[in-house]
Design a protein around this ligand. Structure first.
Ligand SMILES: [Zn+2]
Length: 190
């Protein structure tokens, strides 16, 4: 009976400790949890989040990859037309990033904050999930370098425009084929 009561007491104490930790975690909110996730390596974004492993590229025709398959249909059609014509000139247009889940975008921003030291500075390179056109499926990053420069020159023929002058790889469908692209913004914060 004594041991039973002691077990009960230990159980009760454990419960109090656990619920206190629970309240602390809930109180720290998603920002705190995301901060912790960023510290331990940016969470666990996989292909289902639109993540593309560093140093690799997807084909613009790879429907099975969410980064490509979840792009806006009109953007994807323009990209495929451009990639087909580029290939005829010996240039392989690959996708280094396309559609991204909100979690993945938040993870990229968290990591950039750690890397650049402040949210303001990080925002020059990475958008918030709310403002990212990647999350909306309306932006694509292309590579390698020769493909990005080919796109900078010929993208407007397909309606594809470079948006930020510090990102020669980032394209959005912002005009009609052969039309004029809007003036570039200096960076993602602009
Ligand atoms: Zn981009």
């Amino acid at each position: 009976m004594r041991t039973g009561r002691r077990r009960l007491l230990v159980g009760a104490v454990a419960l109090v400790v656990l619920s206190t930790v629970g309240v602390w975690v809930a109180g720290s909110g998603t920002a705190g949890i995301r901060g912790i996730a960023a510290m331990i390596g940016g969470g666990s974004s996989g292909p289902e989040d639109g993540a593309v492993p560093a140093g690799t590229r997807l084909s613009p025709f790879d429907d099975g990859a969410p980064a490509v398959g979840k792009l806006d249909a009109a953007l994807l059609a323009a990209l495929r037309k451009a990639a087909t014509d580029a290939r005829a000139k010996g240039i392989e247009v690959g996708v280094t990033s396309g559609w991204r889940s909100r979690d993945y975008q938040q993870g990229l921003l968290d990591r950039a904050v750690v890397e650049h030291g402040s949210l303001d500075r990080a925002r020059r390179f990475v958008n918030t999930p709310d403002s990212s056109t990647h999350v909306a499926g309306k932006a694509v990053d292309v590579g390698p370098t020769d493909a990005a420069y080919w796109m900078a020159q010929y993208g407007p023929r397909y309606g594809l425009c470079q948006v930020y002058s510090n990102e020669v790889w980032h394209y959005e469908l912002l005009t009609t084929p052969g039309g004029t692209c809007p003036a570039m913004l200096p960076d993602a914060a602009g």
